[in-house]
Design a protein around this ligand. Structure first.
Ligand code: ADP
Length: 235
């Protein structure tokens, strides 16, 4: 099943077409890496898919339904969630309280609390449940963000640079956790500059350049593509 599908997705800022007729698919239980040089349109694509930016043209579908006209909250409740490159947990709230902020109308209070406890246990933040958000390390904040995203039982999780600003030891934990979630059937689209992480995690990569998709396939294939090489060299 195709979880996420964009067709002809387009966004311009003034005269600059940041995303240019992008066709992108993510299948169920895939980890797809969205890569490309700086300014190629990756972040804008995330913002269009999640509804943070309005779309100039094209469609976004989630598990077959057209969600193009939905706002951010409605997209999130339908199952598109994202994390940010620089996580901003609610600093004065505890880790547990941060988890409980998620909008889960289908769960009772008890169900919600037990989901939060299970996820905190999985991400090994159970011992920090009563710590304040602002007192976590950079990597722990990233884990908390993924945890908060999981509270919504999403169809797809968009990860914006999960490795940026994380110390190497905790990075291994984050990678292991993403792998565990993948084994459990979760689906991811991720932006990441660290190609060793892309090679390690991703089933497939989509390469963008000047807002367009220039390659789509397994990392080992795409890496040797001439257009991709020249894009990274500024050609
Ligand atoms: P990437 O994430 O691949 O580095 P971006 O999606 O951030 O690329 O940016 C693509 C292009 O769109 C860049 O030229 C960037 O300057 C431009 N851009 C992104 N967001 C905005 C915005 N809010 N206003 C104006 N230009 C923007």
């Amino acid at each position: 099943m195709t979880v996420l599908e964009t067709t002809d997705l387009t966004k311009s800022f003034g005269g600059l077409t940041a995303v240019d007729h992008l066709d992108l698919t993510v299948e169920e239980n895939e980890i797809v890496g969205l890569i490309g040089p700086n300014g190629s349109g990756k972040t804008t694509t995330f913002n269009l898919v999640t509804g943070f930016y309005s779309i100039d043209g094209g469609t976004v579908r989630l598990t077959g339904s057209d969600i193009t006209s939905f706002g951010t909250a409605k997209r999130a409740s339908h199952g598109i969630v994202r994390t940010f490159q620089r996580p901003k947990p609610f600093g004065t709230m505890t880790v547990r309280e941060n988890m409980m902020v998620a909008n889960t109308p289908d769960l009772s209070r008890v169900e919600k609390e037990s989901r939060a406890e299970r996820i905190l246990d999985d991400i090994e933040l159970d011992h920090e449940a009563d710590s304040r958000g602002k007192d976590l390390s950079g990597g722990q904040k990233k884990l908390l963000e993924i945890g908060r995203a999981l509270m919504l039982d999403p169809e797809i999780i968009l990860l914006d640079e999960p490795a940026a600003g994380v110390n190497p030891a905790l990075m291994d934990d984050i990678m292991d956790y993403i792998r565990d979630l993948h084994d459990d059937g979760h689906t991811f689209l991720l932006i990441e500059h660290d190609m060793s992480i892309i090679a390690d995690l991703c089933d497939r990569v989509v390469v963008m350049h000047n807002g367009q998709k220039i390659a789509d396939g397994p990392f080992e294939e795409v890496r040797d593509n001439e257009q991709v090489r020249s894009a990274y060299l500024g050609g």
